[in-house]
Design a binder for this molecule. Structure first.
Ligand code: FUB
Length: 306
């Protein structure tokens, strides 16, 4: 039998976006969003799903950057980082996050290592959120050790956070959630790698703070939903609070960024929602509002097409 997907005509002309609708970018497939608020502007960094139509595999060589001052209209900037910038890496511009410290911008990114088997995390630095970003170390910050989980993609999905005292933390992982402190230079670990116990952690940790609570959201199960835990401390213990949103349409993976901007909170994620070819490997970034309960817990995200 011919599948519904095979019957769907795949066009190269993607639809035109109505302002405020989801997905927010229609002329490229975008995945693994990370957002950085800088004053009046939100910078949105995404992976770029470049697989040819119907090819169900990740083809990702570069990251993309968009900015907005209203979360509705998004301006695309030239790609500020390509996996080739990491000379020690082979390919695979997977999930990433950018953070600012002392006027410099640090981009943590998962890539396939060229000589050490499996995924690794590199860090690039720039003087502007728009780049150009340059490899800050000349080597991986985290390279695959394949110790506990025995999988080659356990060192992926970096999320970085700086607390009010100026201590930076890097969170990452697949199957096992890990974290480590970063030195003030942001390019070296400061102490041992620790693990975090949260139920059914698949990947995609994102750490944010809101009203004195820390939140660790992450992809759970497969196909992936997003779950979250809360803590008063970045070093835990983390208390599991449940599912934050359901499987996003037509994509086995989900990957979230959470920000506050101009008095509102946003849940930024991806789905396979473009109806001319969207899939688990042709993903699209979406944005919905996020609402907090009085006790700090999160209301389930209502995914919308607007
Ligand atoms: O984009 C490649 C991988 O898919 C990411 O690292 C995961 O979070 C999932 O979104």
């Amino acid at each position: 039998a011919t599948s519904a997907l095979a019957q769907t005509p795949i066009t190269t002309t993607l639809p035109t976006r109505q302002p405020g609708s989801n997905p927010i970018i229609l002329d490229k497939y975008t995945a693994d969003p990370a957002a950085l608020v800088q004053g009046n502007t939100v910078y949105l960094y995404t992976g770029h799903d470049e697989a040819p139509p119907r090819q169900e595999r990740y083809v990702m060589h570069e990251w993309l950057c968009y900015s907005s001052t209203d979360m509705v209209t998004w301006k695309e900037h030239p790609s500020p980082l390509n996996v080739k910038e990491f000379a020690w890496a082979k390919d695979d511009a997977w999930a990433s996050q950018v953070i600012e410290r002392n006027g410099k911008y640090y981009w943590y990114a998962a890539v396939e290592h060229g000589t050490i088997p499996g995924k690794a995390i590199g860090v690039a630095v720039a003087d502007s959120p728009l780049g150009p970003f340059k490899d800050a170390r000349g080597s991986a910050l985290i390279a695959n050790n394949m110790t506990e989980s025995k999988i080659s993609w356990d060192d992926i999905d970096p999320s970085v956070f700086i607390d009010k005292k100026g201590q930076a933390y890097l969170f990452w992982g697949n199957t096992v959630c890990r974290y480590a402190k970063l030195k003030p230079n942001m390019t070296e670990l400061d102490g041992p790698i620790q693990t975090i116990e949260v139920p059914q952690f698949t990947e995609a940790p994102w750490v944010h703070e809101h009203n004195g609570w820390y939140y660790l959201s992450y992809a759970t199960g497969f196909p992936e939903k997003i779950a979250y835990a809360m803590s008063r401390s970045l070093t835990g213990p983390w208390e599991y609070k449940g599912i934050l949103n359901e499987v996003a349409g037509n994509s086995n993976t989900n990957h979230q960024a959470i920000i506050d901007f101009k008095g509102k909170s946003y849940f930024i994620y991806h789905n396979g929602g473009i109806n001319t070819g969207g899939s688990s490997y042709h993903r699209s970034v979406c944005i919905d509002y996020l609402y907090y309960n009085k006790d700090g817990t999160l209301k389930r995200v209502q995914m919308t097409s607007e």
